[in-house]
Design a protein around this ligand. Structure first.
Ligand code: ADP
Ligand code: MG
Length: 253
């Protein structure tokens, strides 16, 4: 589904973040992209989202070079991107509103309605019904993240891109949302690319892990983590082993 072919990307005249980089992901796979701060994780996600264009090479999704954001790709940016003056319900409806207003081809069509049947089931599924009329400032971090997830999934994406989605949450909330993300990924047959700097999170969510290092990234370092998805995985010896291996590869003592 995703192919990076000979990808080179640099910010202006700076050294490239990616240089002749090749990587691919199949439809329906759950990937974690792991690496230290500044290695290029967000850059990669924005390239996949079509928000940045390669300096060289190609980013292909379903064989098509990405030149602008693709309607079937859902992006959840760091810190959720919610509108503070809109309620949970309005925020969850925002993606659909924009899509209906501009139409799937980006041309303006003068209709502005929200098909409630596309939003309400997501508020319910993500446990947000009781806070639907509250504003982001009145709800918890976990509820904010779930609102961002509802907004994105209401658009029925086939590719879900998440940038450090759980890094500012407390541990129990984070663990709950990690489990929910895996559940939704399987239930909705999503291709998932989740960016994180946390080894444990990559090992828990990535059936495959793409390990990035300090730029320039030239080779795709991929770790198989096939047992992900089993609810007991978090407590298994294999999981500990993968974390240990990742720590060694990242040269963390
Ligand atoms: P990560 O998400 O892994 O922390 P980024 O993708 O944000 O890393 O950044 C990768 C590298 O590119 C870093 O060295 C960062 O300083 C640099 N960088 C990021 N954004 C810009 C920008 N807008 N202009 C110039 N350099 C940038
Ligand atoms: Mg980042």
């Amino acid at each position: 589904m995703i192919q990076l072919q000979d990808l080179t990307f640099s910010y202006g005249q700076n050294l490239p973040v990616f240089e002749h980089f090749n990587w691919q992901a199949q439809r329906g796979e759950a990937w974690a992209v792991l690496g230290p701060s500044g290695c290029g994780k967000s850059t990669l996600l924005y390239l996949l989202a079509g928000l940045f264009l390669p300096s060289g090479g190609k980013v292909l999704v379903d064989g098509i070079p990405i030149e602008r954001p693709r309607p079937q790709s859902g992006l959840i940016i760091q810190d959720y991107g919610l509108l503070p003056w809109a309620t949970v319900h309005q925020n969850a409806s925002l993606g659909l509103r924009v899509r209906n207003f501009y139409g799937p081809d980006g041309k303006h069509t003068p209709q502005d309605f929200i098909p409630e049947q596309d939003v309400l089931p997501w508020l319910k599924r993500l446990g947000l019904e009781s806070v639907a009329d509250k504003y982001p400032g009145q709800i918890s971090g976990g509820q904010r993240q779930r609102t961002a997830i509802a907004r994105t999934l209401a658009l029925k994406p086939d590719l879900l891109l998440m940038d450090e989605p759980f890094s500012s949450l407390d541990a129990p909330t984070r663990e709950g949302l990690q489990a929910l993300t895996l559940e939704l990924q399987q239930e909705q047959a999503l291709t998932l690319v989740l960016v994180t700097h946390a080894i444990e999170e990559a090992a828990l969510l990535g059936k495959k892990i793409l390990l990035l290092s300090q730029p320039p990234n030239i080779h795709a370092n991929v770790i198989d983590n096939a047992e992900v998805g089993n609810p007991e995985y978090r407590h298994s010896a294999r999981y500990m082993e993968v974390c240990h291996d990742l720590r060694a590869r990242m040269e963390i003592p």
